[in-house]
Design a protein around this ligand. Structure first.
Ligand code: ZN
Length: 377
């Protein structure tokens, strides 16, 4: 079976982080509200209370306008509009919403075992597979004396479970926030930011990358842990909070760099510009693109522009593989609209139906990632 010799771009959507407890966009506010009602010690409790009071007020007005108030993107847009027309409340809500998002996301857990904090199982396996696939491809290319470039990961997820798994396996990688590191790195491009990238509220210097680990620098794991015990991984409300700013040395001043999905157009003045620029270049040079757990929502127009720009000058693209549990015509239609007809007609847009991230990683990844044809459909 012929092997793939070109670079693969993995695009990971929210569906890939769902197993870690990260809420999907569509049930985000429901989760956040549950959290507010069940958890006594929220760090940003006041923000939660203000936001849900506001949403409930809007709800009583929605008699006039049919509007989905459980949709995070809509709520963000409303707050932003208020802010743009100069409302102080709007400013407040917009900032509150960011805190609600951060703390709702900040609920991951990892397991203590063998004297180490183990990475998330699936992401760990994903990284192992990725390393193996790249090793195979490198060996193949060495025989033909071609140029080797490592695969790239583009993700929409803010959480750092994948980052931790990569670090755990001491695999070198580059977020591409600044000048490129060694070319022999996996690129991990987080298009909407990361809970481990921070800006200091006080001195607002350039972005700082905080090590993705449940234990902040200078702290240590409790000596009384038993194997199998769960450890909270609160990147924002614990790790960032307890990490001093690398410039002014103050604590409790680091804020994560996150942009809500629909606001991708707001990247202009953020450190994310470099990340997006790199993503376009990577897509230009992709041999195959594998999209996993991403619903291609029509509202996420910026990513569609990015694909369009990247693919417009890509002469070597062989195929796009879409892995998702959703096999509706509606879902496929959204992809067929974005990827040109030529791709579809030549059978180069392939859907792997009814497959979630877990199945992909454990059963299909080595085949689809490494071979031009795969055995079972
Ligand atoms: Zn500072």
């Amino acid at each position: 079976m012929p092997q793939i010799v070109g670079k693969t771009i993995y695009v990971l959507g929210a569906g890939c982080s769902h197993h870690t407890g990260a809420p999907l966009l569509r049930d985000f506010l429901v989760k956040a509200r549950l959290l507010m009602e069940s958890e006594k010690e929220l760090v940003y409790k006041e923000s939660f209370v203000r936001i849900f009071k506001w949403i409930d007020n809007l709800r009583s007005a929605s008699y006039y306008v049919e509007f989905d108030l459980d949709n995070l993107e809509h709520i963000f847009s409303l707050a932003d509009m208020l802010r743009q027309i100069g409302s102080e409340e709007g400013e407040r809500y917009f900032s509150d919403l960011r805190y609600v998002v951060m703390e709702t996301l900040d609920r991951c857990q990892l397991r203590w075992e063998g004297q180490r904090i183990q990475p998330d199982n699936l992401y760990d396996r994903f990284v192992q597979n990725l390393r193996e696939l790249n090793k195979q491809r490198r060996d193949k290319i060495t025989q033909t004396q071609g140029a080797f470039e490592r695969d790239t990961i583009i993700t929409f997820n803010y959480d750092v479970m994948l980052d931790y798994a990569i670090r755990f396996q001491t695999t070198s990688f580059d977020y591409c926030l600044g000048a490129p590191q060694s070319p022999d790195c996996f690129k991990l491009l987080k298009l909407h930011g990361s809970t481990s990238w921070a800006i200091c509220r006080k001195c607002t210097t350039s972005p700082q990358i905080v090590k993705a680990s449940p234990i902040p620098e200078g702290f240590s794991v409790s000596p009384f842990l038993d194997d199998g015990q769960q450890i909270n991984f609160k990147m924002v409300t614990d790790v960032l909070k307890n990490t001093p700013c690398s410039n002014c040395k103050e604590k409790d001043v680091l804020e994560p760099i996150l942009i809500p999905p629909t606001w991708s157009k707001a990247i202009e003045k953020t450190p994310l510009v470099k990340v997006w620029e790199t993503a376009v270049n990577e897509i230009m040079n992709a041999f195959q693109i594998i999209v996993i757990g991403y619903s291609m929502p029509p509202t996420d127009t910026f990513f569609q522009y990015l694909l369009t720009l990247g693919l417009a000058s890509n002469a070597k693209l062989n195929r796009v593989v879409v892995v998702n549990k959703d096999n509706s015509e509606d879902f496929k239609g959204r992809y067929e609209k974005v990827f040109a007809r030529s791709l579809r007609d030549r059978g180069r847009l392939r859907f792997l139906d009814n497959i979630i991230f877990a199945n992909y990683v454990t059963q299909r990844m080595m085949d689809v990632g490494g071979k031009l044809e795969w055995v079972h459909e």
